[in-house]
Design a protein around this ligand. Structure first.
Ligand code: AMP
Ligand code: MG
Length: 298
C-alpha cells in the first residue's frame, strides 16, 4: 500500500449505509507523529500530483472533479492553495460556488455546475458545489422559494429526490470519464470559534471575518445533521466522500493531497501512445530540421 493510500483510506466513505458522523473525530491526526512529518509527506504528495497531472493533461481523456464542502473557517481555501501549489495552472480550474445569481436562479439547480465541469485532461476544483442544494438549502428551506421549482414538485420527498438526482448525475459523470472526489473538511464547533476569534483579533485576518458566518453557527446542529444525511445518501464507490479531520490544518492538507494522489495512482494516466502514423510524422519532422541545419551550416 502506498503512503497516499494508507493516509487517505481511513477517511474514505464509499458506502454511506453505515456512516455516522460521530465516528469521525475532527481532531484526529492519524498515524502522523509531527507537523514536520506531515509537511514532508505533503511535499512528496505535491511532487507526485504534479507528475500525474502532466500525464493526465497529455492524455486528454480522463478528468478529475474535486468538490470541497465544509463549515466556514474549516480551511477549504488554504487546502486548495497548499495542495494544488505544484500543479500546472493551465491544467486546473477552481470555481467558488456562491449564493446563486438571478441568472442562475432562472435555471434548474445543476445548470451552473454543468458549465463548470472540467474539460478532458483537466482538474476541476469546486470550492462549495451542487451539494449546497442539500446543505444550506436544507437548513434554510425558505431558500427553495428563490429557486422557483413548481410548488407541486416540492414535496416532503424533496431531499430524497435531490440525493437521487445527485447520484444519477455523478454516475453519468463517472461513466463519461470524469473521476469524482468529494471532501468534507470536518471541523469542531470549538475550533471554529477559535478561528473566528483569530479573524477578529489579527488585522491581516480581518478581511475574512463575516458576521453572517457567526449567525450561521447557530444552525450548527442542523448543518451536522444535513452533512451526515448527505454522506449517508451520496457516498458511493465511484464518487466517495472523504471525511477529513479539520481541527489541524497541517493534517487536513496532507490527507487531501494523499486522497488525490491515491486516486491518480489508481487511474494511472499516461502519455498517449505514439502510433505508426505519428511516428512517421516525427521522423519526417526530424529529417526536415536536420536538413535545415545542414543547409544553414553549408
Ligand atoms: P463563501 O464560500 O464563504 O464565500 O460563501 C458562499 C455562500 O454562498 C455560502 O454561505 C453558501 O452557503 C452560499 N451558497 C452556495 N451555494 C448556494 C446555493 N446553491 N444556494 C444558496 N446559497 C448558496
Ligand atoms: Mg464565508
Amino acid at each position: 500500500m502506498s503512503w497516499a493510500s494508507k493516509l487517505s483510506k481511513p477517511y474514505r466513505v464509499e458506502d454511506g449505509a453505515k456512516f455516522r458522523l460521530k465516528d469521525f473525530d475532527p481532531g484526529d491526526t492519524g498515524h502522523l507523529h509531527s507537523k514536520q512529518h506531515a509537511e514532508k509527506l505533503l511535499q512528496q504528495g505535491i511532487a507526485a500530483m504534479s507528475e500525474w497531472q502532466t500525464k493526465l493533461y497529455a492524455q486528454d481523456s480522463w478528468s478529475l472533479l474535486i468538490n470541497f464542502q465544509a463549515m466556514d473557517a474549516a480551511g477549504k481555501d488554504g487546502a486548495i492553495k497548499h495542495v494544488m501549489s505544484g500543479v500546472n495552472p493551465q491544467g486546473c480550474d477552481v470555481h467558488p460556488f456562491k449564493v446563486p445569481s438571478s441568472e442562475e436562479l432562472n435555471h434548474d439547480p445543476l445548470w451552473r455546475t454543468m458549465q463548470r465541469l472540467p474539460e478532458r485532461g483537466k482538474i476541476g476544483i469546486f470550492n462549495r458545489s451542487y451539494y449546497e442544494e442539500v446543505l444550506v438549502v436544507r437548513v434554510h428551506p425558505e431558500l427553495l422559494k428563490n429557486e422557483r421549482t413548481p410548488p407541486s414538485l416540492v414535496t416532503k420527498d424533496i431531499w430524497k429526490n435531490r440525493f437521487e438526482d445527485i447520484n444519477h448525475f455523478e454516475r453519468y459523470l463517472s461513466r463519461n470519464g470524469i473521476v469524482i472526489l468529494k471532501f468534507f473538511l470536518h471541523l469542531s464547533k470549538r475550533e471554529q470559534k477559535q478561528r473566528f476569534l483569530a479573524r477578529l483579533e489579527e488585522p491581516e485576518k480581518n478581511w475574512k471575518f463575516s458576521a453572517a458566518d457567526v449567525r450561521e453557527r447557530k444552525f450548527w446542529d442542523d448543518y451536522m445533521k444535513a452533512y451526515e444525511d448527505m454522506i449517508i445518501h451520496t457516498a458511493t464507490k465511484n464518487a466517495p466522500w472523504y471525511v477529513v479531520p479539520a481541527d489541524n490544518k497541517w493534517f487536513t492538507r496532507v490527507v487531501v493531497a494523499a486522497a488525490i494522489v491515491n486516486t491518480l495512482e489508481e487511474l494511472k494516466p499516461d502519455y498517449p501512445k505514439v502510433d505508426p502514423e505519428k511516428r512517421k510524422e516525427l521522423q519526417a519532422a526530424r529529417k526536415m530540421l536536420e536538413g535545415t541545419k545542414s543547409a544553414q551550416i553549408a
